[in-house]
Design a protein around this ligand. Sequence first.
Ligand SMILES: *Cc1c(COP(=O)(O)O)cnc(C)c1O
Length: 394
Amino acid sequence: MSTTNESLAGPASAGAADAAIPFNRSAIEGEEANHIGQSVSIGQIAGDQSYSRRCQALLEEVLGAPKVLLTTSCTHALEMAALLLDIGPDDEVIVPSFTFVSTANAFVLRGARIRFADIRPDTLNLDEKKIESLISPCTRALVPVHYAGVGCEMDTILAIARQYRISIVEDNAHGLFGKYKQRWLGTFGALATQSFHETKNITCGEGGALVLNDPDFVERAEILREKGTNRSRFFRGQVDKYSWVDIGSSYVMSDVLAAFLYGQLEVWRQIQEKRRRIWQRYDAELRAWALDRDIGCPVVPEGCEPAYHMYYLILPSWQIRQALIALLKSRGIMAVFHYLPLHLSPMGQRLGGRPGACPVSETMSDRLLRLPFFNSLDPASQGRVIDAIHDFRF
Ligand SMILES: *Cc1c(COP(=O)(O)O)cnc(C)c1O
């Protein structure tokens, strides 16, 4: 089952007045191509070589995190988090229903029971008021997702986690370089995960990172990520041969991809600035129109600095949302929806999910529409999206 209607990459266009506007499109932001050539010519194309180290050092410095490890995906970083926390069949993990499958799947793979939490109707983030009723003596982890790059209510969530001794794993796939009360998203949980998938702000096509905010996890994380071996210690000269010492898998990103990623990370401020402008223009030109028609727009609470991952509208009904998709499509504009609530998916229902259990997730899933949003979205194309929406009658 697909969790979205995303058909992401549209055909490349020269920006003609009637050219298709895809939902997402990749673009070179800096020195990505040169770095890839360099990684190949110096013979460093496997993982954990100079470009990986540069990416990790940059993220550690910006975030102030003790350790960042690049991974093959955010999904794999979440799997590593589940392994590091020794999550097993006797454990329960609380995740929002309104998220991507990997947020839950990483823990289901360990045999854990998933408790699906509903979201807030304003930010679409995990509803902190619904967490306590889901906690049991078996609850081991809580996975907030900073939806659209807007921070969850972390003060309350951290207090609950502390009170019940539950670990926090932040799924920060949307939130890199966003802040909650002056603090970077991805630095609140003992562990946090990042995605560099093509749809995310900073990308290398497929990739991710595990942010280790609790240094106690670093040594074992290096081992799990290197097929259960102490290869990282060997390369640092800390042991004279490397060996199989723990469970693990192959979660290391190729340095070819890290070279691409470094080209993006070097210019992360410019990327975020482009995205901020796109977000603010949508907001400036759509919010009043939307409010007049009972259409919702993103809500950014006081104290949150968004990561500008997406801009969305919440239409009054599924029928109206589908009509707007059709109008945009007739003008060559691709707008997409997500997420089908996890608790209603075939797998979620096998795990105990029932219709009506997370009513806010259910209604948002029917009504939310994401607008085209990518770093190279040019002002004329964005204007066409906005004009088309202004022409919408229902
Ligand atoms: C994109 C995404 C993921 C998965 O990221 P990959 O790098 O593709 O594995 C996980 N969680 C959320 C919330 C996402 O948006």
